[in-house]
Design a binder for this molecule. Structure first.
Ligand SMILES: [Zn+2]
Ligand SMILES: [Zn+2]
Ligand SMILES: [Zn+2]
Length: 758
């Protein structure tokens, strides 16, 4: 008997080859009907026998295209029609269509085979792509996503490409960036002064140049990379000198999983993440094989590795290098370069050559960074490959624009039940970064086709984003406390509502009482919060200087622990500085000059790293804490002692007993790895005990973990395991970063929740 079923597929189903997939499946199963993009997904009506319909349903759900994600589907039986074929109906125009562009995707296996097949017409063509792979968001000019509105508009399709584009059974059907050597973009090699170097094969010449140890700026999907041979110490050091980047780790790129396995430890989850179409940089434990220069990630036990994701990168890595350093092409605090001329100008004095092409990058988008912890992938920077996929929310909200924090910034728009985050913007310290911030607000408004009347920003009065919010006309501004936003962002991505215990373990954020917060135990929901506890406050002697020089924080902690004797003890520690330095700190702390108080876990890490003798000064924010994690030898340690103080129902985690014990053991010659591990163990034990005390008083059993310190895998895994053992329901980040890169999602959710639909 013939039946007709109407399916409604929701999720990421537009611009990812979903319609041709449905079309091919329907033909395979011998069904008639149609498929069409609509306002909130894809509609398919299919007609045929019971068994054919069943086969269709199973195939669709088990073999959906790699870039698609069906988050919901509905079906109903409707009246049969008199028809004889299956059609792809045209999308309707914008206005009644949520046709945002899909994210960029790594070159697929089929395209790779063609790339290296001498008989293929796209043999060694650096812009090969298909319906399942290639650039997407980064070539979008206007929406909906359609070739005429992308950077490909200036490359008219040749007859062969056009045929592929128009043939539903072809794997390049409606592949908007489709191109070939006849009709598509081309690469060029240009020198440091911007003059073209004429070679038959610019890619071969670039490889030759890299082998000589020179630095090449290479145009990628969302911006330029600076590349050098990762096995060449001198080249890596030259790159560091020229980029003024002393020690911050550099990412490397390898051709495939096999090479990655030679350099770093990988598990199933890590490999899945590395080889995913999003191709993030994945942080992985180094192997000591000698393939990779030690200057790439000094003092770190982990290495940021990604697999090649564009055809051009595959060509560069094909034969000649184990790995290339591929670091974002920018100067400190500036966004990544995208334009050819812009790159030559901004990278003057850094790059020796430029490998460019004539397909414009229209949306700036850095590489994403991820790690695996507690068996799950976690994003630390959300950009290429993930943007603009929305985070699905549990309910519909009024539209909100959230401007994010000041460092590791990203902005967010909530529309209906979806939250769209911009690519990672970075630290908003330079005019270029601030321009990029405004670029991203425009991008999100374009993607969501809305201009929200509610604007959320941080509580900090001095942030650039706060001043932008205050200067906006005709909007309601809602200011959200930094750590409340952290917790709300984790609630949003986990789809939970109502009161929770939130552990916001972080660098620094402006507290509701005007002091610096950063080690917070909140009782929070999506509207409001109270501070149930925090890490014992301490002073930052010299304020900003203390962030660059953790020894100052260490000195302050010793003073809190030992009173008048502290200077004598400090000079006996292995990292002893000049006693006049300590005298200056003593003066500052006694007179309370430029020494703000904070409860920040990030800064406590810094101070402890200094006391143990790991680092007195840092080259980048978080370096001391990262090295403390890197040295920690987690095997069989006992936690350092601590106390929990109670001040009028606000708990204070008192780590002074830990500082004393650490110092005593260090003076006796205990090695840093054991001490670092005992400190981590103390944090985990004390967090669990604090949370248990808050549960006893509040009856709450759900714990939400957020804040930059949970990028520390030892801490995150220890807390998840310990809290679960204590029967808590534990929620942590996996879709947005736990660091400040995820804050705007929380800001948006809290602001939206202040204005519930009536
Ligand atoms: Zn492909
Ligand atoms: Zn062509
Ligand atoms: Zn934060």
């Amino acid at each position: 008997m013939t039946k007709r079923i109407r399916y409604h597929f929701m999720g990421i189903v537009q611009g990812v080859g979903f319609r041709p997939f449905v079309f091919r499946t329907a033909l395979q199963c011998g069904l008639t009907g149609f498929v069409q993009n609509t306002i909130d997904g894809v509609i398919a009506e299919v007609q045929g026998s019971d068994s054919a319909l069943k086969e269709f349903f199973l195939y669709i759900n088990n073999n959906a295209p790699p870039l698609s994600e069906i988050t919901g589907q509905a079906c109903s039986e409707i009246n049969t029609l008199d028809e004889s074929d299956f059609k792809i109906l045209e999308s309707r125009s914008r206005g009644d269509l949520d046709a945002y562009s899909p994210p960029d995707s790594a070159t697929c296996e089929n395209c790779l085979q063609e790339l290296f097949d001498p008989n293929d017409r796209r043999f060694r063509y650096p812009f090969i792509n298909c319906t399942n792979c290639g650039p997407r968001l980064t070539i979008v000019n206007e929406l909906p996503y359609d070739r005429d509105r992308t950077a490909m508009a200036c490359f008219p399709l040749c007859p062969t490409c056009k045929k592929e584009y128009n043939t539903p059974s072809d794997r390049r059907f409606h592949a908007e960036p489709n191109a070939c050597p006849v009709c598509g973009p081309r690469v060029r090699l240009i020198d440091a002064s911007g003059n073209e170097c004429l070679f038959d094969d610019p890619v071969e010449e670039a490889i030759h140049t890299l082998k000589q140890g020179l630095i090449i700026a290479i145009k990628g999907l969302g911006g330029f990379h600076l590349a050098v041979d990762a096995g060449n110490d001198a080249a890596v050091q030259r790159l560091r000198e020229r980029k003024c980047r002393e020690e911050k780790p550099l990412a490397i790129m390898v051709r495939n999983l096999n090479t990655a396995r030679e350099i770093v430890e990988t598990g199933i989850q890590e490999e899945r993440l590395l080889a995913s179409p999003q191709r993030p940089i994945v942080l992985l434990t180094k192997k000591n094989t000698g393939f990779i220069s030690e200057f790439i990630a000094p003092h770190m036990n982990r290495l940021g590795v990604m697999l090649a994701y564009t055809p051009l990168q595959h060509l560069l890595l094909e034969n000649d290098f184990t790995a290339l350093v591929m670091t974002s092409a920018n100067r400190t605090d500036e966004p990544i370069c995208t334009g050819n001329r812009e790159a030559v100008k901004r990278l003057q004095g850094i790059a020796d050559f430029f490998l460019v092409h004539n397909r414009d990058i229209l949306v700036r988008c850095d590489d994403s960074i991820a790690m695996v912890a507690s068996g799950k992938p976690r994003l630390m920077r959300r950009a290429r490959g993930f943007v603009p996929c929305p985070i699905m929310l549990t309910q519909h909200h009024p539209s909100v624009l959230a401007l994010g924090p000041h460092l590791k910034s990203a902005v967010c728009i909530i529309k209906d039940n979806q939250a769209f985050l911009s690519p990672h913007i970075g630290d908003m310290e330079t005019p270029q970064a601030r321009d990029f911030f405004h670029e991203n607000i425009k991008l999100l408004k374009k993607i969501t086709d809305c201009s929200p009347g509610i604007v959320a920003c941080d509580l900090h009065p001095g942030y650039y984003s706060t001043s932008v919010a205050n200067s906006m006309q005709d909007v309601t501004v809602v200011r959200i406390q930094h750590h409340h936003a952290h917790i709300a962002s984790c609630m949003a991505e986990n789809g939970i509502k109502g009161k929770v215990i939130g552990l916001a373990m972080d660098g620094t954020g402006f507290g509701a009482d005007g002091t610096i917060w950063g080690g917070e135990f909140l009782i929070a929901d999506e509207v409001d919060f109270i501070r149930a506890g925090h890490i014992r406050q301490f002073k930052l002697p010299g304020s900003e200087a203390a962030i660059r020089e953790p020894w100052r924080i260490g000195a302050g902690l010793l003073r809190d622990s030992y009173g008048d004797e502290w200077q004598t003890i400090a000079t006996r520690l292995p990292l002893a500085l000049h006693s006049q330095d300590y005298a200056v700190v003593e003066k500052m702390l006694t007179a309370n000059i430029n020494s703000p108080v904070c409860s920040s876990l990030g800064r406590l890490f810094d101070g402890v790293a200094a006391i143990i003798g790991i680092r007195a000064k840092v080259n980048f924010e978080g370096q001391a804490a990262m090295e403390l994690e890197a040295v920690a030898d987690s095997s069989d340690v006992s936690a350092l002692p601590f106390k929990i103080d109670d001040y009028e129902n606000t708990l204070s985690l008192n780590y002074i007993p830990s500082i004393k014990e650490l110092t005593t053991q260090r003076l006796k010659g205990a090695p840093p790895p054991a001490l670092a591990a005992s400190f981590h163990a103390m944090l985990i034990c004390s967090f669990i005990e604090m949370t248990v005390r808050i549960r006893s008083a509040s009856g709450l059993n759900r714990v939400v973990l957020s804040g930059g310190c949970f990028q520390n895998r030892l801490l995150l895994e220890g807390c998840i395991e310990g809290l679960m053992k204590a029967d808590f329901n534990v929620y942590s980040h996996h879709l947005v970063p736990t660091n400040d890169g995820g804050i705007s999602l929380g800001q948006a959710l809290v602001a939206a929740s202040h204005f519930p639909f009536q």
